[in-house]
Design a protein around this ligand. Structure first.
Ligand code: PEP
Ligand code: MG
Length: 538
């Protein structure tokens, strides 16, 4: 058995097909007849165009125009006169074969893209590599990709899969895929979820552990791979798979259904996201908005702070895609267990009670203002709301609003657009905020209860320590009392109250939360439909 990262839910039982990531080896040759090389190049480019058109058509049918757009950009590169022209120039000027001339242009493009500040542009380096490998394969006469004539129940095992690999997978034949590298938000993982093919990624050496034809079970729910399972395990997983699929099918009926409780109250079931692209999963699962955008993920996995422009693009993207539905964006919640390599912070005895989230932002107004300006500018593009984390007193909220107001003045003076009436709210995740909710409710536009932290602070039980996990109980009467108080305090002032901690999607808790009158439930996209069902029965 091997453990990896569960990238796409579902179960599959099938046989391994290892996809070798054999790259075409480019050998430099000096050529006399440059015209002949240029003709070979044109032929390979034409073949690549034809292949890409087919992949794009298939992707469009199966995954929608948006996901297929990546192949449009691959095709555009083929039409880019500087790209193909650059290769032709190399052939003529250096008197080298088409392969070598092409490899040099690919390397140059990749290094330009890779050094760009904009993350989106940096990712384009992978596209150049993908297109370049295709042309090189066509130049060498090798078939590009080996996904033809697959047997039924194939499980593709690869070091990594490119977007075009993933899009070529025939859903009727390929029942799952596994990769050595990648995380939940890697391109292939996103594609797997869109195609709804179970996938486990980040398995390190799965290509070395299994061989062609091995029978394996893929558990995309837990991120587990079982190699050469016995009969009993196969029956157990066959049953799990049938149950999973039947439940999923049944839940789909709820996608476009407005969520109403038995008493007839409309509540919003929304999604939590960490990256702007995650909105698609929320929309596909019938999410009625974004209840929590954890912006700290935009700050992670990089060497410098994201610029105002980068952040603006990310917030605008999510807001626009939600087409007027609410998008609650939380300001930076860094510190505690979330650290940034480029923001050195002193070691603390109790980091969860320390210099973090709004406390850090109110101190480092330079960091805070960059984010607030980006958020305000994005608010011109939809129903964006700003939420402050870790608020423990009214003073903190008022101070945050003061800085927000200064940012509004700056943007006004610069002639930049924003929504001056955007809603601002707070996370209620510190018991003090819940206790003082009646006071706070007079000033905020909304509350969102952050139970992940509220539970740990109320019960003094570290949310990460499995030794005391028995104490970490969402249904503890003290926690429930604080939640009830918060919701009632909001309603008394005519404000709405949501919840974006895990408890919002916890089936044991949902009926109680409905009873308390919670207005909005926000959770990970894949829990939305299950929660909708329970709410509608509560
Ligand atoms: C929470 O504390 O409930 C919450 C939603 O925030 P996070 O899990 O990011 O701390
Ligand atoms: Mg929290």
């Amino acid at each position: 058995m091997k453990n990896g990262i569960a990238a796409s839910k579902g179960y599959a039982i099938g046989n391994v097909m290892i996809k070798s990531n054999e790259e075409v080896c480019v050998v430099e040759r000096t050529v006399e007849n440059t015209q002949e090389e240029k003709e070979r190049l044109v032929k390979a480019v034409d073949a690549s165009r034809e292949q890409l058109q087919k992949i794009k058509d298939k992707a469009e049918k199966e995954m929608g125009a948006e996901k297929a757009a990546v192949f449009e950009s691959h095709m555009m590169l083929l039409e880019d006169p500087e790209f193909v022209g650059g290769v032709e120039f190399n052939i003529d000027n250096n008197k080298v074969n088409a392969e070598k001339a092409l490899q040099d242009v690919i390397d140059m493009y990749m290094s330009i893209f890779a050094s760009m500040e904009d993350e989106y542009m940096r990712e384009r380096a992978a596209d150049v590599k993908d297109v370049g490998s295709r042309i090189l394969a066509n130049l060498s006469g090798k078939a590009c990709g080996s996904f033809e004539n697959l047997d039924n129940n194939t499980i593709v095992v690869a070091h990594d899969l490119t977007p075009s690999d993933t899009a070529q997978l025939d859903k009727n034949k390929v029942v799952a895929f596994l990769t050595n590298i990648g995380g939940r938000t890697s391109h292939s993982a996103i594609m797997a979820r869109t195609l709804e093919i179970p996938a486990v990624v980040g398995l390190n050496d799965i290509t070395e552990t299994v061989k062609d034809g091995d029978k394996i079970i893929v558990d995309g729910v837990e991120g587990i791979v079982i190699i050469n399972p016995d009969g009993a395990t196969i029956s157990q997983y066959t049953e799990k798979k049938q149950k999973f699929e039947a439940e999923k099918e049944e839940l789909k009926k709820l996608i476009n259904v407005e969520t109403r409780t038995k008493a007839g109250k409309h509540v919003e079931v929304c999604g939590n996201i960490g990256k702007p692209e995650d909105v698609h999963g929320v929309i596909a699962n019938g999410g009625e908005g974004i209840g929590l955008f954890r912006t700290e993920f935009l700050y992670m996995d990089r060497d410098t702070f994201p610029t105002e422009e980068e952040q603006f693009e990310a917030y605008k993207y999510a807001t626009e895609k939600m087409e007027g539905k609410p998008v609650v964006i939380r300001t930076l919640d860094i510190g505690g267990d979330k650290k940034l390599p480029y923001l050195p912070l002193a070691e603390e005895m109790n980091p969860f009670l320390g210099y973090r989230a709004i406390r850090l932002c109110l101190d480092r107004t330079d960091i805070f203002k960059t984010q607030l300006r980006a958020l305000l500018r994005a608010s011109a593009f939809g129903n964006l709301k700003i939420m402050f984390p870790m608020i423990s007193s009214l003073q903190e909220f008022l101070k945050a609003k003061e800085i927000l107001s200064a940012c509004m003045d700056e943007l006004k003076a610069e002639g930049k657009e924003f929504n001056p009436n955007l809603e601002t709210g707070i996370m209620v995740e510190i018991p003090a905020a819940a206790v003082m909710a009646d006071e706070l409710a007079k000033y905020v536009d909304f509350f969102s209860i952050g139970t992940n932290d509220l539970i740990q602070y109320t019960l003094a039980a570290d949310r990460m320590n499995e030794k005391i996990s028995y104490l970490y109980n969402p249904m503890h009467p003290a926690v429930l009392r604080l939640i009830k108080m918060t919701i009632e305090a909001a309603h008394k002032e005519g404000k709405w109250c949501g919840m974006c901690g895990e408890m919002a999607g916890d089936e044991r808790a949902v009926p109680t939360l409905v009873e308390y009158g919670l207005d909005e439930f926000s959770m990970s996209a894949s829990s939305i439909l299950g929660a909708k069902k329970i709410i509608m029965n509560s």
